[in-house]
Design a protein around this ligand. Structure first.
Ligand SMILES: [Fe+2]
Ligand SMILES: [Fe+2]
Length: 361
């Protein structure tokens, strides 16, 4: 252990140094508070023994200066004083001293006190190590839990893709687009990341839609379209009971990504801000991706055309603030598009046959 000794009297300093070394400790000695303060930033010690009466700074003033350095704030400090005045002792306690030694120092008493403080420092260090160990263990457990949640989401999305035949790249793009829009909207980073992970499950409810409807190449009848719409409520039912906040977010997205700002969407015909914000964001991302990729019933639209289409529908189909965020996020969206281009043409878009209903898949 390293013991800091400061005393303007050289003889006292040498005497204390010897006592400290007899205890197996290393003494770090200073004769003036000025020298000590200069060395403070690079100093390392466990216990400070401070002479109270010194020129320029007295012990209390010195201790107040030392407390400005965060790393020394909790180090035990002992005052050595000939002064029995209660006011002096109270001032020292107020400045953070935890013990006093009276001059002339009795070697046995000094060593007993220092030994006690060494035990205290040792216990503190062990406690701090344990707290640090616990903190890293909790962090590791949280990261593991999060990784598992993310894996469950990925596996669910893969399972759904066998039935829906939407490419993995479509769902991944929707995730990244949604994240970019959410970020431009001003949502905090953690929520943006959650939106990226949860939004690829927006169509998970399609696992419950009969193949005759889901895979039908032609125009859906009114009845079939009604059946198709149920993928929103089914998706919500699959995910909503989860204890995972990510899956709950995914449930909210599944149920609300076909709602429209003007209340003409489904399943609940919610309008405006009654639609969860995540649903409004994912609706935009999903539509943009449907517009800009090849579907069996349409060519891939140019970005300009798709953006124009979305802009025209700000305030009717889409939340105008989300459209503004989408436009702001366009540079990121374009680079996501380049990095995640489809390598195969999707064999089915989604429900409906008019552009508006198709692209709302
Ligand atoms: Fe959908
Ligand atoms: Fe989709």
């Amino acid at each position: 252990m390293r013991i800091l000794l400061i005393d303007d009297n050289k003889t006292n300093l040498l005497f204390l140094k010897k006592l400290v070394e007899k205890l197996g400790c290393e003494a770090v000695t200073f004769e003036t508070p000025g020298d000590l303060l200069l060395a403070m930033p690079a100093l390392d010690y466990d216990i400070a023994i401070i002479d109270f009466q010194m020129p320029v700074y007295n012990g209390v003033e010195l201790l107040i200066e030392i407390a400005h350095f965060e790393k020394y704030r909790d180090k035990p400090a002992v005052f050595v004083t000939a002064d029995n005045d209660t006011a002096t002792r109270m001032a020292a306690l107020g400045a953070g001293a935890i013990d006093f030694l009276t001059k002339p120092v009795n070697p046995l008493e000094f060593q007993a006190r220092i030994r006690n403080l060494m035990a205290l420092v040792d216990a503190r260090n062990k406690l701090a190590d344990k707290a640090e160990w616990l903190r890293t263990e909790v962090e590791k457990a949280m990261a593991e839990l999060r990784a598992r949640e993310e894996e469950i989401i990925e596996r669910l999305t893969i399972a759904a893709s066998y039935k829906d035949k939407e490419t993995a790249k479509h769902t991944r793009r929707v995730g990244f687009y949604s994240e970019a829009i959410a970020r431009a909207y001003g949502l905090d980073e953690a929520l943006c990341a959650d939106i990226r992970l949860a939004s690829p499950m927006h169509d998970i409810g399609k696992v419950a839609i009969p193949d005759a409807v889901l895979l039908k190449a032609g125009k859906l009848t009114e009845q079939e379209f009604a059946a198709m719409q149920q993928h929103t409520t089914v998706g919500h039912d699959i995910l909503r009971e989860s204890r995972s906040s990510l899956l709950k977010l995914a449930a909210s997205i599944a149920s609300s990504h076909h709602e429209r700002w003007d209340g003409q969407g489904y399943p609940l015909r919610l309008s405006g801000t009654a639609i969860p914000l995540v649903g409004r964001i994912v609706a935009l991302a999903d539509n943009f991706d449907a517009l800009t990729t090849v579907r069996p019933y349409k060519e891939a639209w140019s970005i300009e055309r798709a953006v124009g289409h979305i802009r025209e529908r700000a305030g009717s189909q889409f939340d105008p603030e989300c459209v503004a965020a989408f436009e702001q996020a366009l540079p990121s969206i374009m680079s996501i598009m380049l990095k995640n281009a489809d390598d195969a043409v999707q064999d089915r878009g989604s429900e409906g046959s008019t552009t508006d209903s198709i692209v709302a898949a």
